[in-house]
Design a protein around this ligand. Structure first.
Ligand SMILES: NC(=O)c1ccc[n+]([C@@H]2O[C@H](COP(=O)([O-])OP(=O)(O)OC[C@H]3O[C@@H](n4cnc5c(N)ncnc54)[C@H](OP(=O)(O)O)[C@@H]3O)[C@@H](O)[C@H]2O)c1
Length: 266
């Protein structure tokens, strides 16, 4: 990968206030990218923006709740006002749920996760697409291995990530020969602290790192893999060998694969 791939590349990153989104912003800034950073927490975005500028990038913050269509429209319009074009959109904003389906008293959290993890990507992509077509740009969706496999619990996260992945898979076909690439990322667990922010059945965050996140892939490694894939316009990245093997097993022996999934993710 050439170091200059993202020099002056106008990149929108949703969920840029922490974790994978924040790290992506810093790495792109080191290549001289022009960034539009979106998430709800303006204070944290401001901090990321300062760090991006110190690393040689340009950055603006656009506080956005991606669950709101009008705010996603505003994100795209403000990016165009500032930079005049969009080269890359990274749909990364998302959250998880740590609850069994039969423990949920209120289905609001189910609606919310689809709204953020799926519709957030749909809204941003809808408003950005005309501009991305003009630049032969790049669309990116940060899904999850949960967007490929079932899990031990029907918590809504997997459903949101399956929906998101299918949307981008089909959009890639629709955009065939337009010059726009669509890259879908399927991370396994990554150490960002996301599990402590996952919501329990009562709607409060768990506040603790789950055993699954301990010893997971570092956010630095995950970010490196994402940037390489986006630079080379790869179709998809299935992170970890276990993930790749699991996919094959799920195709040829779904019963065994589900037994393993129940043990590993339960
Ligand atoms: N870490 C993992 O193990 C893992 C594995 C597979 C896939 N992923 C996916 O990778 C993405 C990033 O996760 P992460 O690990 O970096 O988690 P994280 O550190 O919790 O970051 C999530 C980001 O999404 C933003 N966000 C959440 N709800 C939002 C909303 N309604 N509107 C706008 N932004 C919102 C958060 O910012 P605000 O709170 O400021 O809005 C934050 O910047 C997610 O889509 C996640 O599902 C993560």
């Amino acid at each position: 990968m050439k170091k200059q791939t993202f020099l002056e590349n106008v990149i929108i990153i949703t969920g840029a206030s922490s974790g994978i989104g924040r790290h992506l912003a810093l790495r792109f800034a080191e290549q001289g990218a022009w960034l539009a950073l979106a998430a709800r927490n303006a204070e944290q975005l401001e901090e990321v923006s300062k760090q991006c500028q110190q690393r040689g990038g340009k950055a603006i913050i656009i506080p956005t709740d991606v669950a709101e269509q009008s705010q996603c429209k505003n994100l795209i319009e403000r990016t165009i006002e500032k930079y005049g074009r969009i080269d890359t959109l990274i749909n990364n904003a998302g959250f998880g749920i740590a609850s069994r389906f039969d423990e949920l008293h209120d289905l609001k959290i189910f609606e919310q996760i689809i709204q953020v993890n799926f519709f957030g990507s749909v809204y941003c992509t809808h408003y950005a697409l005309p501009y991305i077509k003009e630049t032969n740009g790049r669309l990116v969706g940060i899904s999850s291995l949960r967007g490929k496999f079932p899990s031990a619990t029907a918590d809504g996260y997997g459903a949101s990530k399956h929906a998101m992945a299918e949307f981008f898979e089909s959009l890639r076909n629709e955009l065939f020969n337009t010059g726009v690439s669509v890259t879908i990322i399927y991370p396994a667990w990554v150490s960002t602290g996301i599990s402590s922010r996952n919501f329990r059945a009562d709607g409060t965050p768990t506040g603790e790192i789950s055993i699954h996140e301990k010893g997971a892939m570092s956010v630095e490694t995950c970010t490196q893999l994402i940037i390489k894939a986006v630079a080379t316009r790869k179709r998809e990245v299935i992170m970890t060998l276990e993930g790749k093997l699991g996919l094959w097993l799920y195709l040829i022996a779904p019963k065994i694969a589900n037994q393993i999934l129940r043990k590993k993710t339960g």
